[in-house]
Design a binder for this molecule. Structure first.
Ligand code: AHG
Ligand code: MN
Ligand code: MN
Length: 344
């Protein structure tokens, strides 16, 4: 992004709506339905952002006292973000089924036969929610599939498609500014919300992740329960060896979406491996790993469960978890070599 842009030049930026329409016009036979879906998601993000910016004053930070489907404490903002996304997608009419971290079952929106659109949206309405109360960046992550042929009334089975089948994916970070980043399989673009005009403006066109990075992100408090290869990889990254570009730096926010966003722009690797507490990893395949894997690959990076490409994993359940290694391609490759025991 160009720095020091003068305020009166704000009109020079392309809005998200203009960008979507331009892209749509380039596609033959486009009905505009997908563009409307992205528009709806961006509207929901603006509403959640509105809540977030007032949260401290309105006393809507803190927990609900409920435990969600993941067995985790639900924050008031988790529930609110879920409600706003469901409501906006329902009203928009392009989505037929929602799968959300905050709801045990998939939510069908196609009530009678054919009204409701052809897209399935899986989402983490609020990622990093334990960070809300302390003013640290949080976000939303979404994954989009087309409803496969033969599903009159969509059920959860319709949503259980491999990540490689996604037709779109994106995330929003509610941070020092609010940014929406998305892909439809044709590169990755980022739009910063200008609160004064209420528009997302194209601030980060055609994002590419550096092939290599100097930062790694992992909850090292779990070190003792990591597998041997991962422990060796971490020790290698901490080596005092300037000629090899080592040691690397640790950056771990505890909001996947924010850690991912930083690593996407600067180069880096995010890892949530299997641990004693979470033997299959902590992050969810369908609405955390898959959408970010689609984005990172589109930006030139890589995503793996340590052995298999994330986008090739066959899903079995809406809320299933997966170990995750995601970021700069060379760093993911090195991690895999250590995990396979090829290096020490
Ligand atoms: P969520 O708030 O949607 O439940 O996700 C929290 C996730 C992720 O954002 C973060 O990177 C990770 O949990 C942090 O887990 P640890 O506290 O175990 O490191
Ligand atoms: Mn999350
Ligand atoms: Mn969440």
């Amino acid at each position: 992004m160009q720095t020091g842009t003068r305020v009166e030049e704000i009109g020079a930026f392309k809005t998200l709506e203009q960008f979507i329409i331009e892209r749509q016009e380039q596609q033959e036979h486009s009905t505009g339905a997908f563009s409307r879906l992205i528009r709806d998601l961006s509207v929901a993000a603006k509403i959640v952002n509105w809540h977030m910016r007032r949260g401290g004053i309105l006393d809507i930070f803190g927990d609900t006292g409920e435990i969600n489907v993941q067995g985790e404490v639900q924050q008031v903002m988790d529930a609110l973000a879920h409600k706003e996304f469901v409501r906006t997608l329902k009203r928009g009419g392009e989505c037929c089924l929602i799968g959300s971290e905050e709801h045990a079952e998939a939510i069908p929106l196609r009530a009678n036969g054919n009204d409701g659109g052809d897209y399935i949206v899986l989402l983490d309405p609020l990622d990093g929610s334990s960070n809300i109360e302390v003013n640290v960046s949080v976000g939303t992550i979404f994954s989009i599939y087309r409803l496969p042929e033969g599903f009159g009334t969509p059920t959860v089975e319709a949503a259980l498609q491999k990540g490689a089948e996604q037709v779109g994916a994106g995330y929003v970070v509610y941070g020092s500014s609010t940014i929406l980043v998305y892909t439809t399989g044709n590169g990755v673009n980022g739009f910063t919300l200008d609160p004064s005009i209420g528009e997302f403006l194209l601030s980060h066109p055609d994002i590419r992740i550096p092939d290599d990075g100097t930062m790694y992100s992992i909850n090292e408090g779990n070190y003792n329960s990591f597998e041997r290869g991962l422990k060796q990889y971490i020790k290698w990254m901490q080596k005092e060896s300037p000629e090899e570009g080592l040691p690397l730096s640790t950056r771990y926010i505890g909001s996947f979406v924010a850690d991912f966003h930083r690593n996407l722009l600067k180069g880096g690797l995010y890892m949530y491996p299997s641990t004693t507490k979470n033997p299959s990893g902590k992050l969810r395949l369908m609405y955390e790993a898959n959408p970010m894997a689609f984005i990172v690959e589109q930006a030139g990076g890589a995503a793996s469960d340590g052995h298999t490409r994330i986008l090739d994993l066959e899903p079995e359940k809406l809320h299933q978890r997966t170990p995750l290694y995601i970021g700069s391609e060379r760093m993911v490759d090195t991690a895999k070599q250590f995990l396979r025991g090829e290096r020490d």
